[in-house]
Design a protein around this ligand. Structure first.
Ligand code: FES
Ligand code: MG
Length: 575
């Protein structure tokens, strides 16, 4: 593509290219660290936003990947600058990384704005980092390319393939049921995460990295490369080369984000049976670009696109197998008839051009629209008196007998209440009961933790029960499974109807009809509402207080109101 910019049009020119007192300061300070005119003059400055951290096992390799990106940037005639950003390690950050996704988004946007940056390479992949990086880059709208961290290798224990998350829950239940020993449980601990990289099941990380590619933000096929594969550093270098061209072409996030690109991403998400978290993140991402997106769109497209990717928790394989099967390009080639092939991407070419010649090499891992893994749909959005603004579930990951179900409620007021009760041997519960967890939403959790896959009560686990209907205003990990109804909006903490559910009530769910109903009369609900006391705020001060004051509900993507509203932030004054 021909260059649309001259060196004096670069954003960084205002810092480095002019001759005034301030630019003297900028240049002398670059000389201070060993650079000279040849390093920067007339060159795009590329910010490498790196979410590397010693305590983020999914991102440990990003320290060296940044060097590979720099090599590509230098080869293409750019000036690379690495800028560290909040790492958001899903495994370690408490109470939940979701509390901080918007903080990362804000940090990315302001890092790009406040520095002399012409284009950005975004390094991340662990769950919330992908949406955080994209939201910030979209709001700033300088040319940006996403280089995903990539999934780790398959887990292994006694010759059994282990998947992140999914097999943790599975073997935890086996241990609770007395089927495996403490020593075996410890062996599993040593075998389930064998390399750096993100979770390798179809969790939020794998889903969001694929969604970023489907939106057009990565080089083709890059989102499926396992982190330790040598294709991965090569892709990092290639992303570095490409971003320099993107700056000259002035190819910005606003050129890539479109209604069609968002629909493509949702369709890929459905075909993969991706994480339910994607619904929240994609709504937030799309709205940052000014593209209206509602939960109902996910439901519509999940009826159109069946699950064709056979990866856990909805299927049998793992992301490493998905890569060998042809990866995201292979998958998108199977979806050709339902995708908008004209959508623009970071390559400067369309989705159609990017998947030209793509093939599927293992048809049992990536199946076809005619012979899918499941026609049940990856996402159902239910509404009813219990969730006036909707709630979601993943039919393909739930036992079929529970798709239509009416049962008596056992209600838990909060997480600790629930955690105590489910371990009781004398809990009055059967497999037909419905477990309800309150105060786990954006404000109530706080940060909407991944508590939505409530544990099956111990008493039932011992009887062999492995699934039952569970309802909450929480999220659940993408690696989780079961008949879990999530994201109930509005949440109980702010007085949503979930707050008024009591043990002994009856709830009816009908997945095919997309209905959820609390069998309590309107009059009785009004009585309970009048008696309800709003819980005290969780935080008296600090970031948590800012979060509580500005966080949106799940159906609005949980963005901050002041970040998602329209309007152009002015470029910084330089003096
Ligand atoms: Fe990082 Fe799962 S913990 S992707
Ligand atoms: Mg996760």
């Amino acid at each position: 593509m021909p260059s649309k910019k001259r060196p004096e049009d670069l954003r960084s020119h205002r810092w480095l290219g002019v001759t005034d007192l301030r630019s003297f300061g900028h240049r002398s300070r670059l000389r201070q660290v060993g650079y000279d005119t040849g390093d920067w003059a007339g060159k795009p400055v590329i910010g490498i936003i790196n979410t590397w951290s010693d305590i983020n096992p999914c991102h440990v390799h990003l320290r060296t990947r940044a060097e590979e990106v720099k090599r590509g940037v230098l080869q293409a005639g750019g000036f690379p600058i690495e800028l560290p950003a909040l790492s958001l390690s899903e495994s370690f950050v408490k109470p939940t990384t979701m509390l901080y996704r918007n903080l990362l988004a804000m940090e990315v946007e302001e890092l790009l704005r406040s520095h002399p940056i012409d284009g950005a390479v975004l390094l991340g992949g662990c769950d919330k980092t992908t949406p955080g990086l994209l939201m910030g880059a979209i709001s700033m709208n300088v040319p940006a390319i996403f280089m995903p961290a990539g999934p780790m290798l398959r887990g292994n224990w006694h010759g059994e393939v282990l998947g992140s998350g999914s097999d943790t829950w599975k073997y935890w239940d086996e241990k609770r049921a007395g089927k495996i020993t403490e020593a075996q449980w410890e062996e599993i601990e040593g075998g389930i995460a064998r390399s750096f990289g993100t979770c390798m099941t179809m969790g939020t990380a794998a889903t969001m990295m694929a969604v970023a590619e489907a939106l057009g933000f990565t080089l083709p096929g890059v989102s499926s490369i396992p982190a330790p594969d040598s294709n991965h550093p090569r892709a990092a270098k290639e992303s570095g080369r490409r971003i320099v061209e993107m700056v000259w072409e002035d190819l910005k996030p606003s050129d890539i984000m479109s209604k069609e690109a968002v629909d493509n991403a949702i369709k890929v998400h459905m075909a993969m049976a991706g994480s339910t978290n994607c619904i929240i993140h994609l709504i937030a991402i799309a709205r940052r670009a000014g593209i209206p997106l509602e939960m109902s769109r996910f439901d519509e497209l999940s009826r159109e696109v069946p699950v064709i990717v056979n990866v856990r928790p909805s299927g049998a394989y793992l992301m490493e197998d998905f890569f060998y099967a042809g990866g995201l390009r292979g998958l998108m080639s199977q979806l050709r008839s339902v995708l908008d092939l004209s959508a623009m991407t970071v390559t400067g070419k369309s989705v159609g051009a990017n998947i030209e010649g793509a093939e599927v090499y293992k048809p049992d891992v990536i199946k076809s629209l005619n012979d899918p893994v499941s026609r049940d749909g990856a996402t159902a959005v239910l509404t009813g008196n219990l969730a006036p603004r909707g709630c979601v579930m993943k039919p393909s990951a739930a036992e079929k007998r529970l798709h239509k179900h009416r049962g008596k409620v056992i209600a838990f007021e909060d997480y600790n209440h629930m955690a105590r009760e489910v371990e009781r041997d004398d809990l009055d519960v059967t497999a037909d009961h419905i477990l309800v967890l309150k105060n786990s939403g954006p404000q109530g959790g706080p940060g909407m933790p991944e508590w939505g896959m409530l544990p099956i009560p111990k008493k039932l686990v011992k009887q062999g029960v492995r699934d039952m209907v569970r309802i909450s205003d929480a999220r659940m990990s993408g690696t989780s499974y079961g008949a879990c109804i999530l994201h109930v909006a509005p949440e109980s903490f702010v007085g949503g109807p979930l707050a008024f559910v009591q043990t002994g009530d009856e709830i009816e769910i009908d997945i095919p009809a997309r209905k959820i109903h609390l069998h309590v009369s309107d009059e009785e609900l009004a009585r309970r509402k009048a008696a309800w006391k709003k819980p005290a705020p969780k935080y008296p001060r600090g970031y948590g207080a800012l979060f509580s004051d500005h966080i949106g509900q799940a159906d609005d993507g949980c963005d901050f109101d002041f970040l998602s509203r329209p309007g152009q932030v002015p470029e910084p004054e330089i003096h």
